[in-house]
Design a protein around this ligand. Structure first.
Ligand code: ZN
Length: 458
């Protein structure tokens, strides 16, 4: 494996910014210092003058090749990981979703097969969709032997993967004993089912009615219940894709009470509002759950990211082609698979809308897209930091590079983008993953990229 010496870059972490050289060898950061002299003449030199060096991004919430009633999400692990790398994300965490009653081990081995062709490092969260006699034992084995320390629970989707409150409490109690963390999809599934049925029965399924089937109150109710359950079971809680102002307030209160409650939001909830659903069938590509919200929610989410109430920005990357076989629209939310892409644009979007527009500092940015997710999910300090001995996952970031997002030029496998024509400034110039330059000035060297399954710690 070739050695690399990065010179003249401005190293930027969650709490420091300083000029230094970085020596990479054997896939790891071997040394950091001023004016490092290469021992080997064949070393690859990278001049990073005028650039920022960031730790590789960690996106802890993606769904590659996700099976749904309307077909699989359009990125598999190969295309999705290429998209991730193109945007500076060098580690992704996806999910294992066992059928009800299926053993966690058998679901894991199937999902690992699908994930094998990932070109960036990856790990998996385990979903718990039912409680059986073996569940607790298997959870302990996941934590101990498989490096899976996080368990996803759904308050929504009760007819498929969701569970009722009592089973969610039981699962959290087990997760606590196993030394893991619970991740909860917070929407009140019964209310959502009721509203959805009512709208379908009365033929009110136009895109413009979508938010009515998943109003903010069903998230707020579920967030409060999840926090209550976390307090009762003492199980650490990570709330996925938070969207509402009141949700942020509830998390702030929980943190003040000393509860171990963490939360993420996603770029789409920070950059788009629910007025897009008024576009009729043209709003179809914005169908996601939870739906987009109001301007005041967006404002509170940014404030929450800035003051530390929200600690992670993930993408919930789950694109679907809008004109392909998966689509049976047009103006009918009930028949459209729910999800949007973004793994390739997460870092540029947040840098543009967050750092450039002065909503968050550059250190907060690094924390949100890399360091905090690495810490919360047991990847730190292997990932999420630039320090001696860490994996050499680095982004040589060009803070001046301006471009426009379009579906035509994106790396994710999808024929549309919710960010079409968004202008962004700040993008990777070079991406180094596992100690190898895999992406440089818009071009991939895929022969060099190879993702490994990462065992996580408690
Ligand atoms: Zn998700």
């Amino acid at each position: 494996m070739e050695d690399i010496l990065i010179r003249n870059g401005l190293i930027t972490t969650h709490n420091r910014q300083y000029k230094s050289d970085i020596l990479i060898s054997g896939g790891k950061i071997k040394n950091i210092g001023e004016k490092l002299i290469p021992e080997d003449k064949n070393i690859r030199m990278v001049d990073a003058s005028g650039h920022i060096i960031l730790p590789g991004g960690v996106d802890p919430h993606v769904h590659m090749s996700l099976p749904t009633g309307n077909g699989r999400s359009s990125d598999d692990f190969e295309s999705g990981s290429i998209a991730a790398l193109s945007g500076g994300t060098t580690t992704i965490i996806d999910f294992v979703t066992p059928e009800r009653g299926e053993s966690l081990h058998s679901a894991l081995s199937k999902r690992k097969k699908e994930a094998e062709n990932s070109l960036c490092d990856y790990s998996l969260h385990m979903s718990i969709t039912s409680i059986g006699p073996e569940t607790e034992k298997e959870m302990f084995e996941m934590v101990k032997n498989e490096g899976i320390t996080s368990f996803k629970l759904y308050m929504a989707y009760k007819s498929s993967v969701g569970m009722d409150d009592k089973d969610i409490l039981k699962a959290m109690d087990m997760v606590k004993r196993a030394g893991g963390i619970s991740m909860i999809h917070c929407e009140n599934g019964d209310v959502e089912d009721f509203l959805n049925e009512k709208m379908v029965n009365s033929g009110k399924t136009g895109i413009g009615n979508y938010t009515g089937s998943r109003p903010p109150e069903i998230e707020i109710d579920a967030v409060n219940r999840a926090i209550l359950f976390s307090g009762i079971t003492k199980c650490p809680l990570y709330i996925v894709h938070l969207t509402t102002e009141q949700g942020v307030e509830s998390i702030l209160k929980a943190k003040k009470r000393g509860l171990h409650v963490f939360a993420e939001t996603c770029p789409h909830y920070l950059t788009l509002d629910d007025s897009v659903y008024e576009k009729g069938e043209k709003g179809a590509k914005y169908i996601m759950s939870p739906p987009l919200r109001k301007i005041h929610d967006i404002q509170r989410l940014w404030d929450g990211l800035n003051d530390g109430t929200l600690e992670v920005i993930s993408t919930d990357h789950c694109p679907f082609n809008s004109k392909g076989d998966d689509y049976s629209g047009p103006d009918d939310f009930s028949s459209i698979p729910k999800g949007v892409g973004g793994v390739d644009h997460r870092m540029s979007l947040i840098y543009s809308k967050g750092v450039n527009e002065k909503r968050i500092s550059i250190h907060r940015f690094v924390n949100l897209v890399s360091t905090r997710p690495a810490k919360i999910f047991g990847l730190y300090p292997q990932k999420g930091i630039i320090t001696k001995g860490s994996d050499a996952d680095l982004v040589v970031w060009d803070p001046e590079k301006s471009s426009k997002i379009t579906a035509k030029t994106q790396f994710q496998n999808c024929d549309s983008s919710v960010y079409e024509n968004f202008k962004i400034t700040g993008a990777p110039s070079i991406v180094i993953a596992g100690g190898k330059v895999v992406f440089e000035k818009g071009n991939f060297d895929l022969t060099r990229a190879k993702g490994n399954y990462i065992y996580r710690k408690r």
